[in-house]
Ligand binder design. Structure first.
Ligand code: ADP
Ligand code: MG
Length: 442
């Protein structure tokens, strides 16, 4: 046993500290047989043994030789640190094959054609398209992050569809990180790490991993993912991941993996602004074969602001109601169907109240906002006031133009676009808009 202790001392100096801690330290020396020149090492499971075999066996043998002046054979047994089911290689036959992870089952309607872009998701969509057109070359990995229901999974599938459309032979593999973790656990338990690695590394050209945040705090999964990442990346295979936050904010993530996630391009998605929400509703209604008038779409978009999934949910309720009652969709039906969401608080806001609230927040005069000056101190609040009038009242674009000193409706459209972009880029603008909204609701 002294021999193994001495060997460990040497390895501690020659192996990376991380690898030493995770791969070498868990080894327990079972027996040393000087006559047979064999050492039996007990490791947590078969894949741990495989890993050592692939990566550290040379150093272990060299070190043993330096002390004994003999070549030792190394044998592994398993002590099953991952639960009772961990088995040695001998029990292969009795074990069912690892379930195939998610095959590249891409949701049909999650395509670029169905994706409505606006200032808050344009960058992510453009990046996704670039990756689909040139997988493995430009942005590798692509990391898309944003809150729930904002289209991350949609874009991930869209990349898959587009890659296969361009090149039907391309092997696209979509998994959620949960599936990945479960696959890995199954592979470890049933001693099928070879098959697992083949599937994720060799049999795949484009790997799409959804909701990567779920591997936080799972050391073994991160370890395996890290090595898989390196293999795919150096083979110029495209990796795309989605997450609910930035790589640097994911808790319990190994630094070296975190840094890999930041290697390529990071693109965020934020909640869509009003105009984009309206466009999404129109597009969905169209796909569903339902007529959705502008004012009804705007009414829904005005009240459902958090994310696209909720927006879709609201539209679905309205559509279902319309079908059931054999009615066309109009603002009445929307109000009836969504009374729980719409309530009555917001609807009574008058344009003048909005102008007043914005002026108070930005400390400018009402006369200035409606006047001709184009200084930034005035134009920003003016545009925000237009934006909120559009969002919170039923005024049409020409009516809004008239309200703000007789401007024409294209000026209003520009203002709305600008505020969406500003809201996206500036936390200050975002929080002021939120504040004004809150005040108006009271
Ligand atoms: P996430 O993965 O970010 O939680 P999803 O991709 O599942 O969100 O999107 C939720 C729903 O909203 C899906 O039905 C998706 O098609 C739809 N969706 C999200 N963003 C858009 C968009 N920009 N255009 C059209 N549909 C969208
Ligand atoms: Mg998702």
């Amino acid at each position: 046993m002294d021999l193994w202790k001495k060997t460990l001392d040497v390895l501690e100096g020659s192996v990376e500290p991380y690898d030493f801690k995770n791969w070498i330290l868990p080894i327990q020396c079972d027996t040393i047989d000087p006559d047979e020149r064999e050492i039996v090492l007990s490791v947590p499971d078969a894949s741990h043994g495989e890993w050592l075999e692939e990566n550290f066996i040379g150093e272990i043998k060299d070190t043993l030789r330096s002390f004994t002046e003999h070549d030792y054979r190394v044998r592994f047994t398993y002590y099953g640190a991952y639960g009772d089911e961990a088995r040695g290689p001998d029990s292969h036959e009795t074990i069912a094959p690892v379930p195939q992870g998610a095959p590249p089952e891409l949701i049909h309607r999650y395509r670029f054609e169905e994706f409505v872009d606006g200032p808050t998701n344009q960058f992510a969509m453009t990046a996704a398209r670039a990756v689909a057109d040139h997988p493995g070359t430009r942005y590798n990995p692509l990391f898309i992050f944003g809150g729930v229901g904002l289209g991350k999974t949609h874009l991930l599938h869209a990349i898959g569809h587009a890659v296969v459309e361009r090149n039907p032979a391309a092997r696209v593999f979509y998994v959620t990180s949960e599936t990945y973790v479960n696959d890995l656990i199954a592979a470890i338990r049933t001693d099928r790490m070879h098959a697992f690695r083949k599937r994720y590394r060799d049999d795949c050209d484009v790997l799409l991993v959804d909701d990567i945040q779920f591997i936080a705090g799972k050391d073994r999964s991160q370890e395996e993912f890290f090595h898989m990442f390196n293999t795919l990346h150096s083979a110029h295979k495209q990796i795309v991941m989605t997450c609910d936050q930035l790589p640097q904010s994911i808790p319990d993530m190994e630094d070296r993996l975190r840094s890999r996630l930041q290697w390529g391009l990071i693109a965020d998605i934020k909640p869509p602004g009003f105009e984009t929400r309206v466009a999404i509703l129109k597009k969905k209604a169209d796909a569903d074969g339902m007529a959705l008038p502008d004012d009804a779409a705007m009414l829904i978009a005005r009240h459902v602001t958090r994310n696209v999934r909720e927006l879709e949910g609201a539209l679905m309720r309205v559509e279902a109601n319309a079908r059931m009652m054999h009615r066309d969709i109009d603002t009445h039906l929307v109000e009836q169907t969504l009374s729980d969401i719409i309530g009555d608080g917001l609807r009574r806001v008058q344009p003048e109240q909005i102008v007043k609230a914005v002026c108070a927040e930005y400390k400018v005069q009402i006369g200035e906002i409606k006047g001709p000056r184009r200084h930034r101190n005035i134009t920003v609040p003016r545009q925000i006031a237009m934006y909120l009038v559009r969002e919170l009242t039923d005024e049409s674009l020409p009516q809004i133009g008239a309200l703000f000193g007789g401007r024409d409706h294209s000026t209003v459209i520009n203002a709305l676009k600008r505020v969406e972009a500003l809201r996206d880029a500036s936390p200050d603008v975002r929080s002021r808009i939120e504040k004004i909204r809150r005040q108006l609701r009271e």
